[in-house]
Structure formats: C-alpha cells, structure tokens
Ligand binder design. Structure first.
Ligand code: NAP
Length: 544
C-alpha cells in the first residue's frame, strides 16, 4: 500500500450473505428479525438471482407459482396476484423486487458487489471477505446463497470471435432484449432454457435452426392465465396447499400416484399416463405416474415410450420426430425434465429446422454462422442455451479458504463433500443454502430455501445463547452423509444419465450425484433429527 492511501475500511458484521436471489433475501429478512447485523453482497445490479439474469424469451417457472413463492408471510401470499399458473420471468422478478421493498431489505443489500474471496480467520473466528471494487467485510457468519444454477457454461466454440453477427447466452441475456424480427437465428442447446425459447423465437425470427446434441424429454406445462375466481379459491386454501407441498417428494404437491406400475392393470396405467400428460396434469406431474418410475427400469421405459409416442404424434416430419426422441439409454426424468409450451409443435413450422449434432458435430463458428462436420450455415444471431456449472460452480468460483488456509476448490476437487447440504468440515461458521447433498434442484427450491434458512436461524439461536464461538460439521459426519446420498442415488435411475445433476455437462468435473435424491420429507426429518439430538454431526468450540 502506498503511504498516501488510507487503510481499507472493513465493514464489521454478524453475517455476510452472498447472493440476492430468493435465498439471500429470505436469509437477510430472518437474520435482521433476530437482530443480526447482516448484509447481502450481490454481483448483479438488481435483486432476483436466477430471475435477474435469465431474461431470455419464454423464460418462466417450471414449478407452479403458487408453490414457487415464499410461504413465510401469509399477508404476502394473499396480496400477491400471480397472473398465470407458471409465471413468466418478468413477473417473478417483479415479485422478488416487491418482497425486497415490502420488507425494506434494500438498505442491507449491496449491488454490483461480486464476492472474490472469503478467508476464515482462526484468531477472531470470523470471515474476511473481499468483494466488489476492493471492499472488505468481516463477519462472524458467512452464508452462501449463491444458487444452484448461477454460473453459465460458456460456449467453447472455436473461432466464435470471427462471427460477424450477435451471440447471446440464455443466462446473460441483455436487459434491453434481442430483436429477432426477420433474423436467421441459430439456437444451440435443448435443455429447459432452449425448450422454452424455441416456440417464442420461432414466432419472430425469419428462420430458426435448433442444434440439438442430446435429445431430452419435455412435457406440456398446460400453462393458463388465472381467472380472479380460480386465484381466489387457490389462495383460500393456501395453508393446506403448503402443508401438502411439505409432505410431497419435491416440496410441491404433484398428486403422486402411490402405486407401482405392477399394481395397476394396463388400462389403468394408460389412463394414469394420459391424465398426467393432458390438461389436468401436465408439468412435473409426469414424474409421478408410478411410485417406482425412477427406480424400476421397466416402469421408466413405459413412461419414456409413452412420451416418445406423443412426440411422434405431434411432430409431423418423421425424421425430425426421430431426432427429437431421446435414446433408449436415457431414463425419463434422468436429465431434468423440461416443461414446455408448444415445444414439439414448433418443429411443424416452415421456418424451423433441426440439426442433429450427433450425426454432424459442431466444428466452429465462421464469419457468417456455424460450421458442422457436414456443411456451413448462415446466421445473423447465435443463441447459446448451453447450461450451467451446477451446484458447485458458484461456490468454487469464489476463493474460499477455511481452517489452515484449506481451499474449497481443493477440498472439492473429487466432488463436493458437505454435511446435509448445509455445512462443510474445515469451513467453520459457514452455511450453504440448498447446497450439494440437499434436495435443492430436485425440489421446489423456494420451499427448500425456507427450510434451510429457518434451520440455520434456529441453529444460530443455540450457538449464540450457548456462547459458541465456532462450529462446523465433523469430517466423519460429512463422509457418512456423502456416502448416504450416493447410496440413495444409486438406488435410482438418475446416475444412468449424463446430466448436470451428475456434473456430466462440464468437462473434467467429477461425476457425483449432486443432490439428495430421496425427497423433501425424508430430508427434512433427517435435519430436524440432527437438531433435536443437539446438532449431531457438528463440533463446537466455546468462547473462553
Ligand atoms: P441444460 O439443461 O444443461 O441444457 C444445456 C443444453 O445445451 C443441452 O441440450 C446440452 O446438450 C447443450 N450443450 C451444452 N454444451 C454444448 C455444446 N458445446 N455443443 C452443443 N450443445 C451443447 O441447461 P439449461 O437449459 O439452461 O437448463 C439448466 C437447468 O436450469 C434446468 O435443467 C432447470 O433446472 C433450470 N431451468 C429452469 C427453468 C424453469 O424453471 N423453467 C428454465 C430454464 C432452466 P447435452 O445434453 O448433450 O449436454
């Protein structure tokens, strides 16, 4: 430091929360309620997390909005009016902004403040955090509310800088939007983001060419606008709805069939599948056709074949239909199911084409478009919907050092090791919200966020009332939880898919099933037992 420079001012806090999405805002709300001096640090210039960044055309929730919303405030539940069953991105972003204002959270949120590093200081048992433009914070507790899908996987397409047109990533969409009118558009990637974009871009662009590497399953959302009457009726049963969600595998009531396929006649099986595919069902209800759908390969194949039959019925060009049908080795639901509005129907439009990258891989970008192994294509715009470094990416992007300078990146080089998705051995006084090893991305994440924050706040109440200076999971507890998660995942068909759930979409990322697979109620009972037993699996040191 030069002599003329003043020493950097360190803001001292009880809690630093990283990220101003659903998790960060609720954590701040609860921390302040308990009298903690807390501050949210957010890289973006607005609140909203995922819903701030993912502004691509057609972006909307795939969990019904009445469920994908906070439950902590009955007044908020009653005041807010969702316009549709699955709200669009701009409405969810408006909701989050409303929450920030309604609960006066903004004074404790620092926008444009990306966290670069967080180092644990053993002497003071606190975290030193560097963020933004050389800002420093010191906090007793560090809460990582960084989100499961917040580090976009950048395209590594050769010679992209040569392309004379515009290109965009779904998760870094310009605020001003993109004008597709009259444009020739390439879209790379057919996960949930791509599937949502295709029908919308197709209506505007002169030509849309979809580049698909691996076909995945998509099911109709049957999205509808709420009538005043329907919304009023749903709101009048909110406590009931939330209670049913809490006891559902995904934290959202999906009217799961509790029978295995073998317990039903073929007629009953067909009726169940049709019911869930059609208007009364739709969306993730298709994941709950049969109790053994994700564990019994034969049952799963029945569902997969049913959906492939639907694809072949909808898509008129048999060649396109075959490309869109997933291979037999992909279990239905093994990759995150996409929930769409007229995705397959869009391939019947004259201005929509489909390229199978399995038969003609992408080679590079050219000045005028894209080159595959078969030919050159000309485009004005290239859209990448190529996904994220899921669950661990946002945590390892920050230089986090725990006890003795232990780096999180090093600790997790063979895959994430954490206890109940909430704490990490060697990283005292730190929490992850919906971290690896919790239901997170397999659940209604807003529900899981509330569960985690409420648990953290009860934990901290104990910590503070007992004069505990430092806490962290034991390595033994952590290892047995990781083993339990792997064992549970291995009882299912999930690990058979090369999915981002397994880290398979990122080259070199260890293949580990990243979430807790056995459902929200099982998980919640476990963490409640940890609590009831005096926080088993954690070690504590006390202030002298
Ligand atoms: P994704 O599911 O990971 O899909 C990425 C797509 O890009 C895949 O089709 C992938 O093909 C393809 N791809 C990746 N790299 C490629 C390359 N180099 N060349 C060609 N193709 C490539 O990502 P996403 O669609 O952004 O969705 C991620 C998750 O975010 C979702 O699963 C969901 O959990 C969440 N999300 C939710 C919503 C919602 O609430 N409605 C909307 C969007 C996203 P391969 O399969 O071959 O790798």
């Amino acid at each position: 430091m030069k002599e003329t420079e003043s020493p950097m001012e360190v803001q001292k806090l009880d809690m630093v929360i990283v990220g101003a999405g659903f998790a960060g805002l609720y954590q701040l709300y609860q921390a302040r309620k308990k009298g903690l001096r807390a501050r949210v640090l957010e890289a973006g210039d607005g609140v909203g997390g995922t819903w701030f960044w993912n502004r691509y055309p057609g972006a909307r929730c795939d969990v019904e909005s009445l469920d994908y919303s906070y439950s902590f405030s009955p007044e908020l539940e009653q005041e807010w009016n969702w316009s549709e069953r699955y709200a669009p991105q701009e409405e969810i972003l408006r909701y989050i902004n409303h929450v920030a204002d309604r609960f006066n959270l903004r004074p404790d949120i620092e926008l444009n403040t990306r966290v670069h590093s967080a180092f644990f200081d053993a002497q003071s048992a606190s975290w030193n955090i560097r963020a933004g433009n050389d800002q420093s914070f010191n906090a007793t507790y560090l809460v990582m509310a960084t989100g499961a899908l917040s580090v976009p996987q950048q395209p590594d397409l050769r010679a992209l800088d040569r392309f004379k047109g515009q290109w965009y990533h779904s998760a870094q969409w310009p605020k001003e939007g993109v004008d597709f009118k009259g444009k020739r558009v390439a879209l790379i990637g057919t996960g949930s983001s791509g599937v949502q974009m295709v029908p919308v871009i197709a209506q505007e662009a002169s030509q849309l060419t979809v580049f698909q590497r691996t076909a995945n399953f998509s099911v109709p959302a049957h999205n509808v606008a709420f009538t005043e009457k329907a919304l009023k009726a749903a709101k009048s049963r909110y406590p009931e709805r939330r209670a049913m969600g809490r006891e559902a595998v995904t934290g959202q009531f999906l009217n799961a069939n509790t029978k295995t396929a073998a317990e039903m006649t073929p007629e009953e099986q067909s009726a169940e599948l049709e019911y869930r595919w059609k208007g009364a069902g739709g969306g993730f209800r298709m994941l709950r056709n049969f109790a053994d759908q994700m564990s019994n390969p034969e049952t799963n194949k029945m569902v997969a074949d049913f959906v492939k039959g639907k694809i072949r019925q909808i898509v008129q060009d048999p060649l396109k239909a075959e490309i869109l049908c997933p291979n037999d080795d992909l279990p239905f639901g093994g990759k995150r199911l996409s929930v769409d509005s007229h995705y397959y129907e869009t391939f019947n439009r004259d201005n929509v084409d489909l390229v199978d990258l399995k038969t003609q891989p992408l080679v590079e970008a050219t000045e005028n478009g894209l080159r595959t192994s078969a030919r050159d294509y000309e485009f004005d715009i290239i859209v990448f919907a190529t996904g994220f470094d899921a669950l661990t990416g946002a945590l390892t992007a920050i230089d986090i050092r725990g006890e003795g300078g232990l780096s999180l990146r090093d600790k997790w080089k063979d895959g994430p090791v954490a206890y109940i998705g909430l704490g990490i051995a060697g990283f005292p006084n730190m929490f992850t919200i919906t971290g690896p090893g919790s239901p997170s991305v397999l659940s209604n994440v807003v529900h899981s966020i509330e569960t985690h924050v409420d648990w953290i706040m009860r934990f901290l109440e104990q910590v503070r009332s007992k004069g505990i200076r430092q806490f962290q999971p034991t390595t033994q507890a952590e290892e047995s939880w990781v083993q339990f998660c792997a064992d549970e995942a291995n009882k299912t068909l999930y690990p058979r898919a090369n999915s981002w759930y397994m880290g398979a979409n990122i080259e070199g990322k260890p293949r580990v099933f990243l979430a807790f697979v056995s459902g929200v109620p099982v998980y919640r009972r476990f963490i409640e037992k940890v609590e009831a037993d005096g926080y088993t699996g954690f070690e504590f040191s006390f202030s002298s």
